[in-house]
Every structure is written in structure tokens, then in C-alpha cells.
Design a protein around this ligand. Structure first.
Ligand code: FAD
Length: 319
């Protein structure tokens, strides 16, 4: 009987959609076993209904205002208490900035391996993880037989499937001590309403966008399609936009349904962050640009002509 624990993540008072995707993975892994979720913060209980809709049979809640914002020490203490309480065989969360930060700490504490950025999980006499390696150029499949298996799951990669159950809620009176970092204020750098890591459509700009103002049509296009704006490091380095928009090996990893790359050459480090997008459209005036090797649809042209045309077309189609 496999016992799976999912660390659910809330942002701006709402559960992140990756938490539902991870719960769906948990349902597959647990089979007839037990699926538990944990969620932290002073109003964490409000999320229990949604968590049970996606299969969480037991929900551990650490209602503590010191957990309202993520801190490595606070989350580590709370998660270790949940682990001690339920003794899971598998611990999962999203491959988000929090997931990437907390699970290595937990793995180190439990002296177990961590499988990060998994894009598929199967079972066959052990758990088999698929994860990208060499900046997404190849995929590694790894079968694990550990007594405790720890993994982060790439957002937007597996479909969240509802699996409603009646959940038992367990409140843990977690005492947080010795916080070495305290969050005083959270300042959002991205102006978009849609979270870049979870967006279904991403319109990205590179050095070809030429200026901060050059990003405005991209923002308009992303807004029309209900998506978010991303960028290459070239654009961030040139100060056209904030580094919080950077996609790639040293930026965010995205897997949207549609990725529109505007004025991006397609360096391997950029591809590492977006090559698993379901449909890739590239707009570049250089027909030899590497981005055309990975895209599904390529438009050789000036982005300052092509993007306004796309905006016009989508506007009339959406009317
Ligand atoms: P360029 O390579 O300069 O490409 C600009 C493109 O715009 C060109 O192809 C050009 O033809 C096109 N263009 C110009 N004008 C127009 C126009 N009017 N219309 C249409 N097309 C036009 N990069 C990342 O993106 N993400 C990362 O995470 C990342 N991590 C890195 C980590 C390391 C260790 C290193 C060494 C590099 C990393 N890089 C990363 C940088 C990467 O190698 C590239 O330098 C960067 O991706 C280039 O950005 P770019 O494509 O915007 O710029």
C-alpha cells in the first residue's frame, strides 16, 4: 500500500494548478494506497475542498501565520512534521521555485535521492521517472526502488484529473522556531495576471525586440490569448525586461500549449526552458536561426510587422 504525500502550494490565496497535476500523479502512484496532501499558512484550511476534489484523502494543515509566506526553515519544519506523522513512501510537489528549494532540503535531511523536474512517472516493479537531461536534449528514464521516493513534477506537463473523495482533515499544531529569514514584503515584478510558469500561452521576446517598448505588442498579443509574456536572457541582459521573465536553463521552465518566440535565435540554453511546449511558433527575420529547427510553425519576417498582423487576426477572430 503506497502512501503518497503531496505538498500543495497556494499563491495569492489560490492553490496553484500544478498542485492538482501533482495530485493526479499521486493518484496514479498510490493505486489502492493512500493519498495525502499538506498545505501551510494561516488560512490553509480553505483549500481542503479543492484538494479533496483531486483525490486527497487526508489533508494535513499547518495553520501558522509564520507559514503565510515561504521560508526554507519554516516550510522544512512543517513538512518534516507532516512526514513524521504520516510516514509517506513517496513525497511530491511541483517543480516551482518553492518545490525546487524545499524538496532538496527534505531529501538531504532524510538522506534520500531527489528526482527533479519529472515530466512523466510510471510504475512497473518500482517507480520510473522520466526527466530531461543535457538542457532538454535527451530524456532519462530512471527506475527507483528506494523506501522513500522524493520528486518534483514539471508544471503544465500532465493533465489534472478530478477524483473527488471525502477527506479527513488533520490540523498539526506546528511550532516554527529559529527562522533565519523572515519575509517582510512580497513585491511582484511581473505585471501580467497569468503566472508565467503555468500559462497555457507564452509570447516571448528576445534581443530582436530591441527595447522595453518593443515588448508592448507582445504584451498585447499575450493578453488577447490569455497568456503571459516571457523573454530570452538576451532580452533580460539588454534591460528590455525583468529577469523574472527569463525562460531557459538559468530561468523558468515552461510547457505551454502554445509558445510564440519573437526575435529569439534559439540558443540551446533558451531551448532548455521551452522545447517541451506543445506547439512552438517562431518569428525571426533570419531564415537560418536555430529556433526554426525546433518550431512547429516558422514565420520568416520582421516581428514588428508580423506581431501586429497576428494581433489584428486574433482580434477579429475573437470578436
Ligand atoms: P540573439 O541570439 O541575439 O538573437 C536575436 C534574434 O532576433 C536573432 O536570431 C535575429 O535574427 C532576430 N531578430 C532581430 N531583429 C528581428 C526582427 N525585427 N524581427 C524578427 N527577428 C529579429 N539564454 C536564455 O534565453 N535563457 C537562459 O536561461 C540562458 N541561460 C544561459 C546560461 C549560460 C551558462 C549561458 C552561457 C548562456 C545562457 N543563455 C540563456 C544565453 C544564450 O546563450 C543566448 O545568448 C541567448 O538566449 C540569446 O538571446 P536572444 O535569442 O534573444 O538573442
Amino acid at each position: 500500500m503506497t502512501k503518497v504525500l503531496v505538498l500543495a502550494e497556494a499563491k495569492n490565496g489560490k492553490l496553484r494548478s500544478v498542485s492538482f497535476e501533482v495530485l493526479t500523479v499521486a493518484s496514479r502512484l498510490a493505486a489502492d494506497g493512500e493519498i495525502s496532501a499538506c498545505v501551510f499558512g494561516s488560512d490553509a484550511e480553505r483549500h481542503s475542498k479543492e484538494l479533496s476534489k483531486y483525490g486527497a484523502q487526508t489533508i494535513y494543515i499547518a495553520e501558522n501565520e509564520e507559514l503565510d509566506d515561504y521560508t526554507p526553515d519554516g516550510y522544512k519544519q512543517a513538512l518534516l512534521e507532516v512526514i513524521e506523522e504520516m510516514n509517506p513512501d513517496v513525497i511530491l510537489t511541483g517543480h516551482t521555485s518553492i518545490g525546487k528549494d524545499i524538496l532538496p532540503r527534505i531529501a538531504a535531511r532524510l538522506d534520500k535521492a531527489l528526482f527533479s523536474d519529472c515530466i512523466n512517472i510510471e510504475t512497473d516493479d518500482g517507480i520510473i521517472f522520466t526527466r530531461p537531461i543535457y538542457s532538454g536534449k535527451a530524456y532519462q528514464k530512471k527506475k527507483v526502488h528506494d523506501d522513500v521516493v522524493i520528486a518534483t513534477i514539471r508544471p503544465n506537463n500532465m493533465e489534472a484529473v478530478e477524483n473527488p473523495v471525502t477527506a479527513e482533515i488533520i490540523k498539526l499544531p506546528v511550532t516554527i522556531t529559529d527562522l533565519r529569514a523572515i519575509v517582510k514584503e512580497v513585491v511582484s515584478k511581473s505585471n501580467g495576471k497569468v503566472d508565467l510558469a503555468e500559462a497555457k500561452v507564452v509570447v516571448s521576446g528576445g534581443r530582436g525586440v530591441k527595447s522595453a517598448k518593443g515588448f508592448e505588442p507582445l504584451q498585447e498579443l499575450a493578453g488577447l490569448l490569455g497568456g503571459a509574456v516571457g523573454a530570452s536572457r538576451g532580452a533580460c541582459d539588454a534591460n528590455y525586461c525583468d529577469y523574472s521573465l527569463q525562460i531557459g536553463q538559468t530561468g523558468k521552465v515552461v510547457t505551454p500549449d502554445l509558445y510564440i518566440a519573437c526575435g529569439i535565435s534559439g540558443a540551446v540554453q533558451h531551448l532548455a526552458g521551452m522545447s517541451s511546449s506543445k506547439v512552438i511558433v517562431a518569428i525571426n527575420k533570419d531564415p537560418e536561426a536555430n529556433i526554426f529547427q525546433v518550431c512547429d510553425y516558422g514565420i520568416v519576417g520582421d516581428l514588428f510587422e508580423v506581431v501586429p498582423l497576428l494581433i489584428e487576426e486574433f482580434k477579429s477572430a475573437l470578436e
